[in-house]
Design a protein around this ligand. Structure first.
Ligand code: SAM
Length: 396
């Protein structure tokens, strides 16, 4: 699909380029924040699976520069920058001039509010943001970027060191010192999808568990965790496990995420390590894994906040809910659609003016897996796979 065709079919792809975001995912984080006030009292953040870096850009603009992206500000900004609002609906779409249907007075008032809003920057103190990805990521002001694998245990000490280069002590394991330093852990991690739904969902869940195990070691009590999840048929098992560690767990679907996609985000707030629970690198939290929670006398009978955590004889943690007694390892997280209803529809095709010039992406990938294949194609013609093997001869 060409750039300009993608501009029509994917409003958020086009908007990302217009507004200077490295990827359309920026809107997902902004819409989740709009709903859950994610960035309140937050200054230390770890952004996992961060490349090309649009979530890190959001963090940088909100926390370091102090910009605010409330719904109204965002809408105003779009209108102002584009001067035109495009009608929806493909063939029948109309192009509506800015301000149509609005009296002059209203428009002036909004402009003034917008100006005030923009001028009201509130940078925060002591902001530390660490971004991690398998792929190298182009640098961003104020953000420490690490090339690393979130499934590897060696990544945690590197993150802690990046957060506190002076006070970091390599011998002091994260979580042991009681001084866990992070307010918010984000993970937008996604594997290369194969198209085999069950396999993709399984690999995605493993990535989520890696992010969770990492978050459990670095989050401060009360901290938050947001991660991409594919809503497969057993997603309720994941929600139930997350409820063991967080007082509130929601399944959020931003409007910028296509309705047709299984993608959603778990938004977990109020981190609380269950009493007596010891993190064990040999037995990480995961689907089908044992959670070595010691049996607790104090919760044997009593439910706290409608839930009770117990452990079976073979050491499996069970979350029981007051309202259901049958399969208590499952729990459905409340589903929340985020983003204003008037926001762009991620599944709609929009008609654009004929003379519109399509913009280039803000930050092309620095080292895409297909780089070698492109180089060979340029040198020799023909088509090559990721490994450099020729898959099709050049045309005669
Ligand atoms: N949030 C990013 C943004 O706003 O630009 C987009 C993230 S992209 C959808 C998914 C990323 O997950 C890819 O850059 C990929 O390299 C990364 N990823 C996948 N598996 C990973 C792993 N095991 N460790 C670190 N990063 C991983």
């Amino acid at each position: 699909m060409g750039k300009s065709s993608k501009d029509k079919r994917d409003a958020y792809y086009r908007l990302a380029k217009e507004q200077g975001w490295r990827a359309r995912s920026a809107f997902k984080l902004l819409q989740i924040d709009e709903q859950f006030d994610l960035f309140r009292d937050v200054s230390r953040v770890v952004d996992l699976c961060a490349a090309p870096g649009s979530w890190s850009q959001v963090l940088s603009r909100v926390l370091i520069k102090g910009e605010s992206f409330g719904r109204r500000a965002w809408e105003e900004q779009q209108t102002r920058e584009r001067k035109l609002v495009y009608g929806k609906g493909g063939g029948d779409a109309q192009v509506v001039e800015k301000g149509e249907g609005q009296s002059e007075g209203q428009s002036d008032g909004k402009e003034k509010e917008y100006e005030e809003h923009q001028g009201d920057l509130r940078p925060r103190k002591g902001v530390k943001i660490v971004a991690v990805d398998l792929q190298p990521m182009a640098s961003l002001e104020g953000i420490t970027t690490l090339k690393g694998d979130i499934t590897h245990p060696a990544t945690i000490p590197r993150i802690l060191q990046a957060l506190d280069p002076e006070s970091y002590k390599p011998d002091e394991g994260a979580g042991d010192s009681g001084s866990n330093p992070v307010d918010l852990v984000l993970s937008d991690g996604a594997p290369d999808v194969t198209g085999l739904h069950d396999l993709d969902i399984y690999i995605q869940s493993q990535l989520l568990y890696s992010a969770l195990n990492l978050a459990l070691k670095i989050l401060r009590p009360g901290g938050s965790f947001v991660a991409k999840v594919f809503r497969g048929k057993d997603v309720d098992l994941i929600y139930a496990q997350l409820r063991c560690f967080f007082t509130s767990v929601h399944c959020a679907k931003p409007r910028s995420s296509r309705a047709s996609s299984l993608e959603a985000f778990v938004v977990c707030q109020g981190f609380e390590m269950p009493k007596g629970y010891k993190l064990d690198p040999e037995r990480p939290v995961g689907l089908g894994a044992r959670i070595p929670l010691p049996p607790r006398k104090d919760n044997k009978d009593g439910f706290v906040n409608g839930q009770r955590k117990t452990v079976t004889e073979d050491g499996i943690a069970v979350l029981e809910l007051e309202s259901d007694g049958e399969d208590s390892n499952r729990w459905i997280a409340p589903f929340v659609a985020c983003g204003d209803l008037s926001a762009w529809d991620a599944d709609a095709t929009y008609q654009l003016p004929k003379d519109r010039v399509s913009l280039d992406p803000v930050q092309p990938p620095t080292a895409p897996p297909y780089k070698r294949a492109l180089e060979l194609r340029r040198q020799r013609g023909g088509f090559y796979g990721k490994t450099g093997k020729e898959v099709r001869k050049p045309r005669e």
